[in-house]
Design a protein around this ligand. Sequence first.
Ligand code: UD1
Ligand code: CA
Length: 453
Amino acid sequence: MAFSVVVLAAGKGTRMKSSLPKVLHKVGGVPMVQRIINTVESMQASAVHLVYGHGGDQLQSTVSADNLNWCLQSEQLGTGHAVQQAADHVKDDEDVLILVGDAPLITQQTLQRLVAVKAACDLALLTVDLDDPTGMGRIVRGSDGNITAIVEHKDATEEQHRIKEINTGMMMMNGADLKRWLGNLSNDNAQGEYYLTDVIAMAAAEGKKIQAAQPDEVIEVEGVNNREHLAKLERALQKWQASALMHGGATLADPARVDIRGKVTTGQDVFIDVNAVFEGTVELGNNVVIGPNCLLKDCKIGDDVTIEANSMIEQAQVDSACTVGPYARLRPGAVMHKGAKVGNFVEMKKTVLGEGAKANHLTYLGDAVVGARANIGAGTITCNYDGVNKSKTVIGTNAFVGSNSSLVAPVEIGDGATVGAGSTITGDVDNDALAVARGRQRNIANWPRPQKK
Ligand code: UD1
Ligand code: CA
């Protein structure tokens, strides 16, 4: 059955002590509310109504989704009032899944369970049992075990305070029912708020069948109120992700020291040493070895590649059997073809390194095309920027560039050409030619050293 989603995200999150609205704080590199929207989008909801209040501009410039409907709640008068802001967009004959914007680890599996429970009753609640339920809304059940109400902590009796089953804030019901019940809410309670949770007693009074579903793990329904909670959820997410990597065929030197802020896919027999950080979308082939302290962002790494310690790779492509680092930096547009090698303190930007080509030490290659099997000596710099424009350097197949050379772009070094060490090359070099562009050495015999006066 078709259903739409309401995400409550208007709260300010005062305890975050932040200029950013709470729901924009990131977990696993993705803003909390975006993570929730991504989770429900893959369940094919017909629409997502996002109830927002604080930081509207920041939210609107950050959050994106198909079928996203922005509902402003200009004053935060309670969760019931928040849902009212979306109610006009809810169809009578569809179900509505209500979620909270600050519980980002809710899984699709758990939500599917809630959807399945709703399919067999009138109102489905996601609940959990907590050892310490302080502060939460309690699930009140009659002597027959049926749910009759949710009572907020501040409104609960001492006896109700002993109930361990709590409301996670996530629930699902029919659209027409929801709208009818919302119309009857009052704010006559301990907090002077319009509680969404009051609809439960209304449903029970109408004889509706109310049932509960539970998440696989409590962490899925935990909300973030401060940065300590945020860190707790981040660690939980990282643990799940590390576990998925290992089940996918990667060995992790320490599963607690890998951070994935985005999505990583791996081939088999990948080894990832400690303190790897992955951002965006990263693809690792088979037999990839990643040394300690590497940062990989939006990149594709082929089979049998070794990335040595302390390397950074961003928006780059590394084909099979390449070696990178230690201490290498591949910036956007860096491409290494099969078997190429980039060593320590080498930086590449918008540069293609041909098959088997090498730049082993202390080099900057920017806006360059390097042919297959070329050798770039230590300390080579492509001078690609004149202060205004960027120009291109082309280095041919099998070329040999001697150490400490400056290649002043635009310039072309031919196939098989050689550049003498220490040259400043300002003009093209023909195929198979030798270019030497440096001061000629002069020796003065028996030169008397200056004496101290
Ligand atoms: C709410 C529930 C409580 C439940 C708890 C779970 C109510 C009355 N109480 O309490 O039963 O155990 O969540 O965390 O529903 N929000 C708005 N506009 C508002 C108020 C809240 O958008 O006017 C949003 C918040 O941004 C947040 C969510 O609704 O994402 C929950 O609000 P919060 O203030 O955390 O509710 P609790 O008092 O914790
Ligand atoms: Ca809360």
